[in-house]
Design a protein around this ligand. Structure first.
Ligand SMILES: Nc1ncnc2c1ncn2[C@@H]1O[C@H](COP(=O)(O)OP(=O)(O)OP(=O)(O)O)[C@@H](O)[C@H]1O
Ligand SMILES: [Mg+2]
Length: 504
């Protein structure tokens, strides 16, 4: 007992001589113990209230109450000392009852030396048992605290934490996981994690990642189906562990969708800025080269007498002028060209542009429905740019009606609230919902290679904004498209916003 901590023992026995004998027997065995003595239940309760004990040796028969009652009263006071019940010969029933009520052990009092010999051994045994009990309770408390602490960390983690069995069935999932997968997470106890993976290849990758050695961690990036059927780009880190002697995978999933989208947008906008600069400088060079072509075509028309040659020269001049206006549109896109404004009649400018395309439209069976507003005020804008916008939109409408049996394009001009509008509606294929946000993006196109570069709408958008106007596109897949352009009647030009900021 020497290396064990000092124990405080209380002996409760109304027989003072026997009480002393018990004390001597205990101290004789271990003088490091301290022994207090009580001679009645009342004495005992007073002593217990003053200071705690490591063991109470209690005689069952006491003058004011019996041992079982006393045990209850001590318990009621909130103490949980181990009790060694001392009973008379033939009181084994009492001893059993005492054990049931929480006594650690009992000892039968015999008139001979046997009882006093056995007492110290029994004391030692009970103290040891109690120490083990206390240590076990302390460890259990520690385990409970650690478990609570870990549970708190996992349930407050920003990443989804899942525990999977070897078949991929989800055994547990934290709140972040529920948030990530929404309603789908609720069914995961019956389904496997693979039901949330988007495609076969990613499923295979996840299976490989889960099938790791114990203690090994695997990391992969996959696409998954998230809450509200959103596609998630998820970074998965999986470790194999043995829990309750069964292999289980602890999987941490981080939603990278937003961050990757931002990264892509950044790359995209840097790419667009670089393309814008490139387009600007190429357009500038081409513009310079067109100068002599236009100049000589005009000069030669003056000197040449032959009408056929003059006509051919006019075709060269017209084509060069058209090329020039496209180059100007490109310069507009790369923001190298400011609009040259003048007052003009919108209907006239649109009709001029239409006359260039009318033949081609009619030839391919397009019905043109014109509804031009009468008495519209003049527009203060760059007429070449307005024509360019109109032609771009008309070209889009023309391309959209091509696959249809009934091809109709409606062109309308009208005035509303200090602004003049023109709209082009078609009975074409319409824009799928997924593309609606993107049609104004520069270089967004669904055309076949060589049939479009995806600049029509973004150039139109840039020019219209430069005019302080507006452009809206309403469309339904298979239900046709209407693009409406708003031009202000007068007013000073304002600084343009970049086309890529347009998100409809
Ligand atoms: N009237 C329309 N009907 C259906 N889809 C359209 C219509 N107008 C535009 N779009 C869609 O928007 C995309 C972008 O149009 P935009 O005019 O900017 O470029 P593009 O026509 O593809 O090429 P470009 O005009 O440079 O020759 C088109 O590829 C098409 O998918
Ligand atoms: Mg186009």
């Amino acid at each position: 007992m020497t290396d064990e901590p000092r124990a405080r023992i209380l002996i409760v026995d109304d027989d003072a001589d026997h009480n002393d004998l018990e004390r001597d027997a205990i101290l004789g065995d271990d003088d490091r113990c301290s022994v207090a003595q009580a001679y009645s239940a009342q004495d005992c309760l007073e002593a217990v209230a003053k200071s705690p004990f490591d063991l109470v040796i209690m005689d069952y028969t006491l003058p004011d109450t019996n041992g079982l009652e006393l045990m209850q009263q001590i318990k009621k006071m909130g103490f949980d000392f181990p009790v060694l019940m001392v009973t008379g010969h033939g009181d084994e029933g009492v001893a059993v009852e005492a054990m049931k009520q929480g006594a650690y052990d009992y000892l039968i009092k015999t008139p001979d030396q046997g009882f006093l010999d056995a007492l110290p051994l029994q004391v030692r045994k009970v103290l040891k048992q109690h120490r083990i009990y206390l240590e076990k309770s302390r460890l259990e408390e520690k385990v409970r605290e650690t478990k609570e602490y870990l549970e708190k960390i996992i349930s407050n983690a920003g990443d989804a934490v899942l525990v999977l069995d070897p078949s991929g069935r989800v055994l547990s999932i934290n709140p972040a996981g529920h948030k990530l997968f929404g309603k789908k997470a609720e069914n995961l106890s019956t389904k496997t994690i693979f039901s949330l993976v988007k495609d076969e290849a990613d499923c295979e990758n996840l299976k490989k990642a889960l099938d790791s050695e114990i203690g090994e961690t695997n990391r992969i990036d996959i696409k998954m189906r998230g809450a509200m059927d959103r596609t998630l780009e998820v970074s998965v880190s999986s470790s194999m562990m043995e829990i309750d002697e069964k292999p289980q995978s602890v999987v941490i999933m981080r939603d990278m969708t937003e961050m990757l989208n931002m990264q892509r947008q950044l790359v995209e906008s840097e790419k667009l800025a670089a393309i814008g600069d490139l387009v600007g400088s190429v357009a500038h060079e081409l513009n310079n080269k067109l100068g002599p072509i236009l100049g000589y075509a005009e000069l030669m028309q003056r000197s040449v007498k032959d009408e056929k040659t003059r006509q051919r020269l006019r075709v060269i001049e017209d084509s060069a002028l058209r090329a020039k206006s496209i180059i100007e549109a490109l310069l507009g896109f790369s923001r190298h060209r400011k609009p040259l404004r003048s007052l003009f009649k919108l209907n006239k400018v649109l009709q001029d542009a239409l006359s260039l395309m009318e033949f081609q439209l009619k030839r391919s069976g397009v019905d043109l429905e014109l509804q031009l507003g009468q008495g519209l005020p003049e527009v203060f804008a760059d007429s070449v740019q307005v024509q360019q916008i109109f032609v771009n939109l008309l070209k889009n409408a023309y391309q959209a009606v091509q696959p249809q049996d009934h091809k109709t394009i409606w062109i309308k001009t009208f005035e509303r609230k200090e602004s003049i509008f023109f709209s082009i509606r078609d009975s074409g294929v319409g824009v799928p919902e997924a593309h609606l946000n993107r049609v104004f993006e520069p270089f967004f196109t669904t055309r076949k290679f060589g049939k479009g570069v995806g600049l029509g709408l973004s150039v139109a958008y840039g020019m219209i904004k430069e005019h302080n106007g507006d452009i809206t596109l309403n469309s339904k897949e298979h239900g046709g498209t209407e693009v409406t352009v708003k031009l202000p009647i007068g007013g000073k030009p304002t600084r343009a916003r970049s086309p890529e900021r347009r998100a409809k």
